[in-house]
Design a protein. Structure first.
Length: 402
């Protein structure tokens, strides 16, 4: 039974370390070190190119345009570029109504990465800010992002993603908001320790001179772009005062499609970023990359299965109350997830049950994502998951800036 005891404890350690242990380590490190921050002059406004890639977004593009133009940034220091390659609806026509926005459009659909590469090529300014078409930003988002570039060690800035709660969508999808609060907490720690390992495409920024064209086959373009900059020795800092708001996925089916794609893209990223494992080159980046990302996509889901299997074997092989309790707790956890799957109307008001379901669902999606990756069945072209669009854009007067 020694073998199964080793399997159980190693599995539990890896899962705990991945989701909480490494965060405890860098939290303590951050408190001890207390990183000094540069004082940014009030007059510092680097030139910014604000880029939005939109594919058939006629249902939300006008709200995005209005919200973008409300950014609290000097008008002579920011340009707006919307690229709509391949769109077959009225998205390009809507954008054309706004003379202060540069529209790039080609009838051919080459994918988001090709669109981003073309938009960057046409950008005139030193700082690039990317945002998704279905997200709404706070007015000061660009301002807070740009200030970080006063520090020459900063190569990129990751904004915060906020998933709005709504009673109109399948209830478990609202748990996505809790997950992103947890992710935001980890990004804050990562950034203070050294760098964010992968920015979210809803809102992120990079220095144009550090941007490297993304191959068309890439699934997670935002992750690859930001990690390549981090590998050049620059920091990707986290800025929670710049945030992108969006509704959760319309249904768990749409959320599953998104999670499977992210998992497949995660495995692809591992193969495309071998240098990120070079601890001797950039030890802090490699430590964060493995602890936060690689384990989440690889060993943690497997260890969840091994922990359940080993605790079952140990609880049956001998009268050992500890392992019996461990097995019972896991059965209760996964049983709660199954209960939600079978009886969502009854269990939706119990937050703990929803968390059990979302955590289980998230890890099962990793297995499906891996299957799609090894079979090369996950397309880089993203057929977007349906999200709610019935939100009201807040009326915000554009703040005056000098």
């Amino acid at each position: 039974m020694l073998f199964w005891k080793i399997v159980f404890w190693i599995s539990c350690f890896i899962v705990f370390y991945n989701y909480a242990g490494y965060a405890i380590i860098i939290f303590i490190w951050n408190k001890v070190r207390n990183r000094k921050h540069l004082v940014v002059p009030d007059s510092y406004y680097p030139s910014v190119s604000f880029i939005v890639a939109a594919y058939n977004e006629e249902d939300c593009i006008e709200k995005k345009l209005i919200n973008s133009l409300q950014q609290a940034y000097p008008a002579d220091k920011i340009e707006f570029i919307f690229i709509t390659d391949g769109s077959t609806d009225s998205t390009p026509n809507i954008i054309q109504k706004y003379s202060s926005v540069t529209l790039l459009h080609s009838p051919a659909r080459a994918g988001k990465t090709a669109a981003l590469n073309r938009a960057v090529e046409n950008a005139h300014n030193e700082i690039l800010i990317f945002s998704d078409a279905n997200t709404i930003l706070n007015p000061e988002a660009s301002l807070h992002i740009a200030k970080h570039y006063f520090d020459e060690s900063v190569g990129g800035v990751a904004g915060e993603k906020k998933v709005l709660s709504t009673n109109n969508l399948q209830d478990a999808t609202n748990t996505e908001g809790f997950y992103w609060k947890y992710e935001s907490f980890l990004k804050r720690l990562d950034s203070e320790f050294q760098t964010v390992v992968g920015a979210a495409g809803e809102l992120f920024s990079v220095r144009k001179r550090l941007y490297q064209d993304v191959p068309s086959k890439v699934i997670l373009d935002d992750f690859i772009i930001s990690m390549r900059i981090a590998q050049q020795g620059f920091r990707i800092v986290y800025e929670p005062r710049s945030f992108a708001m969006e509704l959760p996925s319309f249904s768990m089916g749409d959320e599953k499609k998104r999670k499977v794609r992210i998992a497949a893209g995660g495995f692809q990223s591992i193969t495309m970023l071998p240098d990120a494992f070079s601890f001797w080159k950039h030890p802090k980046l490699s430590f964060l990359y493995v602890s936060h990302r690689v384990l989440r996509w690889t060993l943690s889901p497997i260890c969840l299965v091994l922990a359940l299997l080993s605790s079952l074997i140990l609880s049956l092989s001998a009268v050992n109350t500890f392992y019996q309790i461990c097995f019972a707790v896991q059965i209760l956890f996964y049983g709660s997830a199954l209960f939600y799957q079978l009886f969502p109307a009854i269990s939706k008001k119990v937050s703990l049950i929803k968390l059990c379901y979302y955590f289980t669902f998230m890890n099962l999606s990793v297995f499906e994502g891996f299957s799609k990756f090894i079979q090369n069945k996950q397309s880089a072209a993203w057929d977007k998951a349906k999200r709610g669009t019935n939100y009201t854009l807040p009326e915000v007067d554009k703040p005056k800036v000098s």
